[in-house]
Design a protein around this ligand. Structure first.
Ligand code: AR6
Length: 169
């Protein structure tokens, strides 16, 4: 069973096998975690993302799915890009947010990443309420593939860290 850790910090500084990127369907970068990963990972990351767009992902990465690239100049070996759902108060997209976590861990197992860091997917630009996102994320990673030994949530700000800690118990 994977160990679940919560830390406060910057995901780009984590020395784990794979970092999960809170990306978007374009795979071509953006702000928040995505911007930081592309900035610090360097041009190798976006080059592989462009290759994915030219190949199997010509219509982009569907929400809830995940795909791996190199981590370029980051300490991690891989970046697993996942496209979170945009929060909606009228439509329940919880299953898609859970899919992001499950599919990221499935990809981690496929590529041989045993240690994986997640940000609080969808809680920034995509406005998902943190308490709900924390419940969904922690629940979704509870049945990780056996080959994944460590799952570290890297929470950027104190309030997000505190809410994840409360939900984790
Ligand atoms: N390390 C860890 N967490 C971070 C970092 C960091 N370096 N930077 C921000 N956060 P967001 P989303 C936190 O907006 O809501 C992008 O433009 C942030 O405080 O990165 O899934 C993409 O291209 C928040 O708690 O991701 C997409 O278009 C959490 O990470 C869109 O934003 C997620 O915030 C995705 O939006």
């Amino acid at each position: 069973m994977a160990k679940i850790e919560l830390v406060r910090g910057d995901i780009t500084e984590q020395a784990v096998d794979a970092l999960v990127n809170a990306a978007n369907s374009s795979l071509l970068g953006g702000g928040g975690v995505d911007g930081a990963i592309h900035r610090r990972g360097g041009p190798e990351v976006v080059a592989e993302c462009r290759a994915l767009r030219a190949g199997d992902y010509q219509r982009g990465l569907p929400t809830g799915q995940a795909v791996a690239t190199t981590a370029g100049r980051l300490a991690a070996r891989w970046v697993i890009h996942t496209a979170g759902p945009v929060w909606s108060s009228t439509e329940d997209k919880s299953a898609l947010l859970a899919d992001c976590h499950r599919n990221s861990l499935r990809v981690a197992a496929e590529i041989g990443a045993a240690t994986v860091a997640f940000p609080a997917i969808s809680t920034g630009v995509y406005h998902w309420p943190v308490e709900s996102a924390a419940r969904i994320a922690l629940d979704a990673v509870a049945d990780a593939p056996d080959s994944v030994s460590l799952i570290r949530f890297v929470l950027f700000d104190k309030s997000t860290y505190d809410i994840f800690s409360t939900i984790a118990g």
